[in-house]
Design a protein around this ligand. Structure first.
Ligand code: 13P
Length: 309
């Protein structure tokens, strides 16, 4: 079996030959984070995907992220190293149910988290990510908003945007929703100086005890400029790898159960294989892509969030 170093060398060589760029989400395993050309949160990745000059985008993240890159770049080849990297949250909206909700609230705008399928995006007026959800909902002209699919992020937005009626879709991220106040309090007891950072996909009671609520990109930016030395990282564990790499003098505590199994599907082995075979390709039918592109472009127009690169 080739060593990680050998695999990385082969990936980098093949990447040049294929004129490819590797985009990776902040939750990817450390080896993938290290080899990526660009690492970011879902907003930064969506913005970056529009600026790519190479012919091929290899997306190390989950399905909806690669799909978003494909929607924004119909002329490029977008590859995801493992098609089993499917975000369960994105699968929680069914088109029929959403159509019905829209009929029940004809005056509402649909704001969908970017963690959705192309079909859901095509039925939405605006997209948002955790970095710009508040900004996007504030910018929507309608007084009423249907927010899909993450109920925790939606409830957080509701707490920040008081003058709008926000109807929540009952979806959730199993990884963030499983984090408990007790998990955080135990770490806080052991490390009283540590600041609690929580992702807005965490439950409302967790957000209440957090010192700050941030997208993963927001966490990167905050930690860089904070005078604090210790942080409890209330999101996927491998986020702490990036934070530590960029801030070696600071200390990060993670929660044992904060693991996103689908983000871990991408490995050096399947990344190399994907570059060798130039597959699996992520393709969105143009008619669907055209509709799904509208809410994504609107989002990028409104809110660039805490872009961290
Ligand atoms: P970010 O917007 O912080 O990248 O979060 C993405 C995500 O899917 C969290 O589960």
């Amino acid at each position: 079996m080739p060593s990680p170093e050998e695999l990385k060398e082969r990936i980098l060589r093949l990447k040049e030959e294929r004129n490819a760029v590797i985009l990776a989400h902040n939750y990817q395993i450390p080896d993938i984070q290290d080899i990526a050309d660009f690492l970011g949160d879902s907003l930064a990745l969506a913005i970056k995907a529009r600026e790519i000059e190479e012919d091929v985008i290899v997306f190390c993240g989950v399905d909806f992220m690669a799909e978003t890159a494909a929607i924004l770049n119909p002329d490029k080849t977008v590859i995801i190293p493992d098609t089993k990297a499917k975000c369960p949250l994105a699968g929680m909206v069914d088109a029929e149910g959403l159509r019905k909700m829209k009929e029940e609230h004809p005056d509402a705008a649909v704001v969908s988290y970017v963690n959705t399928t192309a079909e859901t995006k095509a039925l939405s007026d605006y997209c948002c990510t955790s970095a710009n959800a508040v900004e996007v909902v504030k910018a929507v002209p309608n007084k009423k908003v249907i927010f899909t699919p993450d109920r925790n992020l939606g409830a957080y937005v509701r707490s920040q945007v008081k003058d709008k009626e926000i109807i929540l879709w009952p979806g959730f991220c199993a990884t963030h929703d499983a984090l408990r106040v007790e998990d955080f309090m135990q770490l806080k007891k052991e490390h009283p100086e540590a600041e609690i950072l929580a992702h807005p996909e965490c439950r409302p009671e967790v957000l209440e005890i957090a010192d700050h609520v941030f997208s993963t990109g927001g966490m990167v930016k905050h930690v860089r400029s904070s005078s604090k030395k210790e942080f409890i990282v209330g999101t996927e564990k491998d986020m702490a790898y990036r934070l530590k790499k960029e801030n070696p003098d600071k200390i990060f505590y993670t929660l044992d159960r904060a693991i996103c199994p689908t983000m871990k599907k991408i490995t050096l082995e399947n990344l190399l294989e994907a570059l060798e075979n130039m597959a699996p390709v992520v393709k969105v039918p143009e008619e669907l892509a055209e509709k799904a592109r509208v809410p994504i472009e609107r989002m990028i127009e409104i809110g660039r969030g805490e872009r961290t690169g």
